[in-house]
Design a protein around this ligand. Structure first.
Ligand SMILES: NC(=O)c1ccc[n+]([C@@H]2O[C@H](COP(=O)([O-])OP(=O)(O)OC[C@H]3O[C@@H](n4cnc5c(N)ncnc54)[C@H](O)[C@@H]3O)[C@@H](O)[C@H]2O)c1
Length: 246
């Protein structure tokens, strides 16, 4: 129960890695705000965990208004802002550069990079104002930021941006006792990956030394490590959870 007494907010909590993270943080003793643009999906996550340990919140990370309402309602409900923030909301809109539409570029940017910025800024500000100590912000980037898949220019650019944003936030927030780290998952078995054509999945298996997709819980366990005091000197890091895929 390394997270007993802690309050966490997880975005993208209605599916995949976000949902698994809610489950594992609650298992480790934290109270969890399961935030998602899809409220029904977040409610299902809470149902799985139990109402006494989790709370569903409708939140669109791409909107400053929605994120700042999320800060207010977290404080109203729990009398303090969360000290653990996991930014797992993310989308893909894949397409080769010459065909990529402006909308698909903007939509991915707004959720993945601007959303991470808004969540980081608004929740860090609340932690500082409420004198929360030992804060931990965990941003979900992707190994795609490093392996630069053709057809994912919009997605890869946002995920590379998440690594830079994380490194700078770590430098700026260290003095407030807030650590900021990013995780670069490889290919994880979630609805996001379901849409990848079979032939590309086989290529991924060939390139991955573990020869399989990761499970959402295998990412969530690393998130739980970064959330707790066992990682008290890990700051500004970008941790790969890929089964060795390069
Ligand atoms: N699955 C993978 O292989 C993989 C690999 C690397 C990185 N990632 C990253 O991990 C994170 C989680 O991915 P996943 O595979 O669990 O995806 P998923 O599609 O299963 O879940 C994403 C969740 O984010 C929510 N969401 C989307 N837009 C939102 C918004 N504007 N505000 C709030 N919530 C929003 C969705 O409703 C959904 O519940 C994403 O950032 C993704 O880019 C995933």
């Amino acid at each position: 129960m390394v997270l007993l007494g802690k309050l966490a907010i997880v975005t993208g909590a209605g599916s995949g890695i976000g949902r698994a993270t809610c489950r594992i943080l609650a298992r480790d003793g934290a109270k969890v705000i399961a935030a998602d643009r899809n409220l029904r999906a977040a409610e299902q996550t809470v149902k799985d965990i139990g109402n006494d340990r989790a709370f569903a919140l409708e939140l669109d990370v791409s909107s400053l208004e929605s994120v700042s309402k999320g800060v207010t309602s977290s404080i109203e409900h729990f009398k303090q802002p969360p000290s653990i923030v996991v930014n797992a909301a993310g989308i893909t809109r894949d397409g080769y550069l010459l065909k990529l539409t402006e909308k698909d570029y903007d939509d991915v940017y707004k959720v993945n990079l601007k959303g991470t910025f808004l969540m980081t800024q608004q929740f860090a500000r609340a932690m500082i104002e409420h004198h929360v100590r030992n804060g931990s912000i965990i941003n979900i980037s992707s190994i795609v930021a490093r392996i630069s898949n053709p057809g994912q220019a919009n997605y890869a650019a946002t995920k590379a941006g998440v690594i830079s944003l994380t490194e700078i936030a770590a430098k700026e927030f260290g003095k407030f006792g807030i650590r900021v780290n990013s995780i670069l998952p490889g290919f994880i078995d979630t609805p996001m990956v379901d849409v990848i054509p079979e032939q590309i999945k086989e290529e991924i298996f060939r390139r991955c030394p573990m020869g399989r997709l990761g499970r959402p819980e295998e990412v969530a366990d690393v998130i739980a490590f970064l959330a707790c005091e066992k990682s008290s000197y890990v700051n500004g890091a970008a941790i790969e959870v890929t089964g060795g895929l390069k």
